[in-house]
Design a protein around this ligand. Structure first.
Ligand SMILES: [Zn+2]
Length: 89
């Protein structure tokens, strides 16, 4: 989809402001948990962007997609994923 620069790495990171408040987004790594069908999926070190102002977390489409695939079991996760059955949060 993008140009040919993608393969070289993360040179060109788009600076998209927060869609809610227009604040600056910072790259962070956080743990994200998702409860699907009584199973808690914990994704650690997910690269997200968080807003400096309103602290909203934005999950890049790539990461969200990967999590969805992992949850469906159609992708072996690169990242450490813990699946806890009937976990009480
Ligand atoms: Zn914001």
């Amino acid at each position: 989809m993008a140009g040919s620069e993608d393969q070289k790495g993360k040179k060109s990171v788009k600076k998209t402001p927060c869609a809610i408040c227009g604040g600056k987004l910072r790259n962070r790594k956080i743990a994200i948990d998702r409860l699907v069908k009584n199973q808690l999926y914990l994704f650690e070190n997910v690269r997200v962007q968080s807003c400096e102002q309103c602290h909203e977390i934005w999950i890049p489409g790539k990461e969200a997609e990967r999590m969805d695939l992992a949850i469906r079991g159609s992708l072996k996760p690169h990242k450490k994923i813990l699946v806890l059955e009937n976990a009480s949060i």
